[in-house]
Design a binder for this molecule. Sequence first.
Ligand code: SF4
Length: 383
Amino acid sequence: MILTSNSDIFLKMEKILRLSPIYNILQKAEHGERLSFEDGVRLFKSNDILHIGHIANIVRERKNGNKTYYITNRHINYSNICKNRCKFCAFSREKTESGSYEMALEEILEKAMTAVEEGATELHIVGGLHPDLPFDFYVKMIHEIHESCPDVHLQAFTAVEIEHLSQIARLSVRQTLRELREAGLGSMPGGGAEVFSPKIREQLCPEKLSGEGWLQVMREAHALGLRSNATMLYGHVETAEDRINHLMKLRELQDETGGFLAFIPLAFHPKNTELSNSTGTTAMLDLKVISISRLMLDNFDHIKAYWIMLGIKLSQVSLSFGVDDIDGTVQEEKITHAAGAETPEALSVREIIKLIKESGREPVERDTLYNPVRRKRALAQTR
Ligand code: SF4
């Protein structure tokens, strides 16, 4: 058990913690007081990762006890053809460029049905902003998967894709979301948020939906009862101030709608991007972002380690630094692997359970909405 209460070792840590220059901030977090912008920036400027992580762990255990969630899911990246050219993206291609692809509906459907046969409870469907595919293609994709696999949850299309679809459909964002929801859309992933700072977006992804635009799409989705995740891409050119500003905007929207399920920090991978000179993230930065996010986002129930980007070993360590969710089986991932990710494209349920148990946590298989999944036969024994 990692639970910290009544543990001698953590009482000793408390004594050492009192000497830390960030003690007052961590005390606030421990007592459930909301942290300010200045508090968050000061935490980023500190290298006292063990103390920051210790308090993040207390908050994590207060919210989720010893549970660590995982999901049996499959990613479907239906096309990498994109009209944008974000400098941090190694995935997108122009239509005529070598390596471009778009899956036919039959192929998407086949992948979906195979995943469901193998026990997936969620399909995570995202792609580029295709310049030609009509809105009908997306509605049909969701509708046909939903018809063939009515029990699987469809988490599809980032806020950036939704805004693109609303443009090609010539519909409002709300009506676009309504039509997709009627077709079977269950929730939205949190991608495309990057870092909200207009200055950074101008520098890295000037064609992309603005940060305010991203938040507005999420506001509309939450108003319709569609839940979503939220992300932040870090480790490129952003500052500590940019990160805290991003987290505070997410916290404000969560206060307003309560629609976010989880926050997922995304560690930048520079290979094959226009920022390939960047060194990418370090373990220290990864753990800081994870634990400070846990402390700043007091109204988010879950902080997720996306092991594809974070790495399997550090994802396991993050379970003691504020993380309560280690994502899922994934099965096939193209976006981060185009940027040189060295993680595998899939983990078995058996591997995920091992990672969780070895860190002293209790594995809980969840569905997209964090309901526990009860299976007649454990998948861990079949894979
Ligand atoms: S990050 Fe998304 S919007 Fe930007 S180029 Fe890549 S696929 Fe297109």
